[in-house]
Design a protein around this ligand. Structure first.
Ligand SMILES: C[S@@+](CC[C@H](N)C(=O)[O-])C[C@H]1O[C@@H](n2cnc3c(N)ncnc32)[C@H](O)[C@@H]1O
Length: 259
């Protein structure tokens, strides 16, 4: 799998690709090549932007340097790959989008800057426009990194335990359940912990998680996941129901929440 990233700020990518659980994926499975757009700029100053026709604030990324960059990447890559442009006007990235890229051969990722890029380049060459969310960033580098990270962690062998991304939010259409670790009883402030008998100010791990009863634990986690999704993202519950992903026990539990 290969991703070619066109950006004015390739240095923003290095630290992320070299650290964390995804590092191995970027070393072995997900080949990321960075292309400095300025290398394809108009001489004599390798210019890549200019003022917008019609006036108004800001600058626009010029189509010609983008065309030269794309030609160089396509001839280097050989095989066809979709061209992705990051823009707030694009389709919102979700886990289904990430999974589609994780299952594919990679892509060319185009990071915009300034007011955006010349629309004629978009109309002629861009295959898909993606947004990170309903807010405006100063460039497409963070959305590109977000997509690369999410794709990398789905590669086999990247996460220590393969089940861990299968339990993550969205992989089964629901939000994840809450997680707990040591100690079993947490003093919410150090002073309250001094009085071993005091119950106020102590937070306990839900008893079911200490029971050793795996079926009960699995049901408890499923219900917490259903409850959180129902409260925060009813749209996801509706989609899960429509796709038949909810069991009879799930539906009974959801009905009990509405009483
Ligand atoms: C300042 S923004 C341009 C915003 C554009 N004028 C608009 O209002 O839609 C500069 C660049 O950041 C990137 N960008 C900003 N917000 C984004 C988002 N939510 N998702 C994806 N890319 C984004 C795009 O590549 C965009 O070309």
């Amino acid at each position: 799998m290969r991703f070619d990233v066109v950006t004015l700020f390739p240095e923003l990518f290095g630290p992320h690709l070299a650290h964390g659980v995804t590092r191995r994926a970027f070393e072995r499975a997900v080949d990321v090549r960075l292309w400095q757009l300025r290398d394809f700029g108009d001489e004599p100053h390798r210019r890549v932007d200019d003022r917008p026709y019609g006036g108004g604030p800001g600058m626009v990324l010029l189509a010609e340097p983008l065309l030269r960059a794309l030609e160089a990447i396509r001839s280097d890559r050989g095989a066809a790959a979709p061209l992705v442009h990051f823009t707030p006007t694009g389709r919102r990235i979700d886990q289904a989008v990430v999974q589609a890229f994780a299952d594919g051969p990679g892509a060319i990722l185009l990071c915009g800057r300034y007011e955006g890029i010349d629309q004629r380049f978009v109309d002629r060459h861009v295959d898909v426009e993606l947004s990170l969310g309903d807010f405006v960033l100063s460039g497409g580098e963070l959305p590109a990194l977000a997509l690369l990270d999410a794709v990398a962690r789905l590669q086999p062998g990247v996460l220590g335990d393969q089940a861990s991304h299968e339990q993550d939010s969205f992989s089964d259409g629901l939000l994840d359940c809450p997680h707990y670790s040591r100690p079993e009883t947490l003093a919410l402030s150090p002073r309250e912990g001094e009085d071993a008998g005091a119950e106020a100010g102590l937070a306990r791990v839900p008893a079911v998680l200490l029971s050793g009863d795996h079926a009960r634990i699995a049901r408890w986690r499923r219900e917490r996941s259903l409850e959180l999704t129902w409260r925060r993202r009813p749209d996801l519950i509706a989609a899960a129901e429509a796709s038949g992903a909810l069991s009879k026990a799930d539906l009974r539990f959801l009905a009990s929440l509405q009483l």
